[in-house]
Design a protein around this ligand. Structure first.
Ligand SMILES: [Zn+2]
Length: 449
C-alpha cells in the first residue's frame, strides 16, 4: 500500500484492503465515515542555504500543517535559535521577526525522547509564533539524515512554513551561523491543502452471543505518514488485529460481548477517526466496556497503560491470565495522550494502550525508515496472541466498570499530567471548548447510573 497518509489515494486503497481481509475471514465488516477537518499532504519540499561562499541544499520534510510557500520558495534570514528556550528567544530579540529559526534538537533514542520532543517543540513553537518568525526549521533529531514528519503543535491553526531539516545539513548550517556567517534559507514547499473532507474507519465486528449490546473496542490505526510505509506505526498492529478476528472465526469462538476491531483513520493528524467514532456512537458509550489501542510498534507487549483508573489493572491481569507465559505484564495506571484511546478516555470509557518495548520504534518513528524489516515477525505473532487474550478476556468477564462522568474525567485531567499532555498534542483546546469529550456538569457528583 505504501505510506497511507489520510486523504491520499493509498489510504483509500488501504480501507478497501482491510475490508476485504475481514470479509475473507468471514468477519462482518463495514466502513464508517467521519469528518477530517482539512487536507494536508506534501507533494515536494526542498531548501537552499546561502551566504557568502555558501550554497548547499539540505533535504527537508514539511511538517504536517505547515503552510505552502509561493512558487520559487520563500527566502528569509536563517538564524541560530539554540534550543529555542526562553533565554534563546530573549537573545534573538527583534531579529527573530520575519526570520527562519534553526532550532537544535537532541538526537532521538527512544520513546521517552519522543514524548520530550513533542513537549519541547510545542513550547518552542509558542515562543516562535509570538516572536513573529517566518518559520521554524528543526535540526532533524534522527541520525543518518533520516527525514520524518512531526506535526506542527497548533495543527490546522498554523500559519507558517515549518520544516525538519536533515541532521547533518542542519548542523552544518548551525556551525556556519555560530562561526558568524550570515545565511538565508529558501524553502519551497509544494503542498496539497484542502477543506474538510470525509474519511473512513474500518470496523470488523464479531457480535456478542449473550450480551451483544455491550461492546469491547480493539483498535489500531490504519493510516500512517508517507515517507516510509508505516509498518511500526502502525501497520503491524493493524494486521495483528485482523489476525485476532480471523483466528476467532477460525476457532469458532463466540464472545459474550460484541468485539469491534477498529482500524482507525486520521490518527496522525489528531486522532480524528476515533473521535468520529465516539461522536457517531455516543448513545452506545455507556455500553462500551473497554476500548484499547495498539500503537507502539512491534516490540514485546509488556503490559498496558490503564488511564488512571485503579479498578482497571486487576481486570487486565485477569484477561491476560491465559497468556501469562508471554509476560511478565506490568500495568501502568497513568493516562496517555497520543493515540486513539484519547476520545474514549475523555468520554469516561475504560481505556487501555498497549505498552510495548521500544525495539526499533523511536528512531524510525514517522521516518523514511519505518518499514516492515524493523518488525520481528515472531514477536508480532506473540503480540497478536496477547491482543487476542485481552480482547476475549474483556468480552467474557463478568466485571464491567461504569463510564466516568464529566466531573470524574475533569478530576483526572487536573490530578495528573493529562492536561499537559493534551497541550503537547494540540488536544487541550478542543476539550476545553467542548468540541471533544463528555458533556455534562462540572461539579462532582455520583454516577447517574
Ligand atoms: Zn501511531
Amino acid at each position: 500500500m505504501g505510506g497511507r497518509a489520510t486523504g491520499a489515494p493509498a489510504n483509500l486503497r488501504a480501507v478497501d484492503w482491510a475490508l476485504a481481509r475481514f470479509k475473507e475471514a468471514g468477519v462482518e465488516a463495514r466502513k464508517e465515515a467521519f469528518q477530517m477537518p482539512g487536507l494536508w499532504l506534501e507533494r515536494s519540499a526542498s531548501a537552499s542555504v546561502r551566504g557568502l561562499g555558501v550554497d548547499f541544499a539540505p533535504r527537508i520534510a514539511a511538517m504536517p500543517f505547515s503552510t505552502a510557500t509561493p512558487k520559487g520558495g520563500l527566502t528569509a534570514p536563517l538564524l541560530d535559535a539554540g534550543k529555542g528556550s526562553e533565554k534563546d528567544f530573549q537573545a534573538l530579540g527583534e531579529k527573530a521577526k520575519g526570520a527562519f529559526l534553526l532550532v537544535d534538537q537532541a538526537e532521538l533514542k527512544d520513546v521517552d525522547g519522543l514524548f520530550r520532543e513533542y513537549a519541547e517543540s510545542a513550547e518552542v513553537e509558542q515562543r516562535a509564533f509570538a516572536a513573529g518568525v517566518a518559520g521554524v526549521v528543526y535540526v532533524g533529531s534522527r541520525p543518518n539524515n533520516l527525514l520524518y514528519r512531526h506535526n506542527v503543535s497548533v495543527g490546522l491553526r498554523n500559519t507558517r512554513p515549518m520544516v525538519v531539516m536533515e541532521r547533518d545539513g542542519a548542523l552544518r548550517a548551525q556551525r556556519l551561523l555560530r562561526a558568524g556567517k550570515t545565511l538565508t534559507l529558501t524553502a519551497e514547499l509544494d503542498l496539497q491543502i484542502g477543506p474538510a473532507y470525509e474519511s473512513y474507519n474500518v470496523i470488523g465486528e464479531i457480535r456478542g452471543s449473550t450480551r451483544p449490546d455491550e461492546v469491547v473496542v480493539v483498535g489500531a490505526h490504519l493510516d500512517s505518514w508517507d515517507l516510509g510505509t508505516g509498518a511500526l506505526d502502525n501497520g503491524a498492529n493493524v494486521v495483528a488485529l485482523i489476525d485476532v478476528a480471523r483466528q476467532m472465526k477460525r476457532l469458532g469462538l463466540k464472545p459474550a460481548r460484541t468485539l469491534r476491531f477498529a482500524l482507525w483513520n486520521g490518527e496522525e493528524q489528531g486522532m480524528y477517526g476515533s473521535a468520529g467514532y465516539v461522536k457517531a456512537h455516543e448513545a452506545e458509550l455507556d455500553k462500551h466496556v473497554m476500548a484499547t489501542s495498539f500503537d507502539i510498534g512491534c516490540g514485546r507487549i509488556n503490559g498496558f497503560f490503564t488511564g488512571g483508573r485503579p479498578e482497571l489493572p486487576p481486570l487486565v491481569d485477569q484477561a491476560l491470565e491465559p497468556v501469562k507465559g508471554l509476560g511478565p505484564f506490568t500495568q501502568v495506571d497513568a493516562p496517555i495522550v497520543g493515540t486513539d484511546n484519547f476520545d474514549f478516555m475523555m468520554h469516561g470509557v475504560p481505556n487501555l494502550v498497549a505498552n510495548q518495548e521500544p525495539a526499533l520504534y523511536g528512531p524510525n518513528y514517522h521516518a523514511r525508515s519505518d518499514e516492515l524489516d524493523k518488525c520481528d515477525p515472531q514477536q508480532l505473532r506473540l503480540n497478536t496472541a496477547i491482543a487476542g487474550a485481552l480482547a476475549y478476556g474483556f468480552a467474557q468477564m463478568d466485571a464491567k466498570l461504569p463510564r466516568q462522568s464529566r466531573a470524574q474525567v475533569e478530576a483526572l485531567v487536573h490530578s495528573t499530567d493529562l492536561g499537559q499532555q493534551m497541550k503537547s498534542f494540540n488536544m487541550y483546546e478542543d476539550w476545553a471548548t467542548g468540541k471533544r469529550g463528555r458533556k455534562g456538569g462540572t461539579t462532582a457528583g455520583p454516577e447517574t447510573r
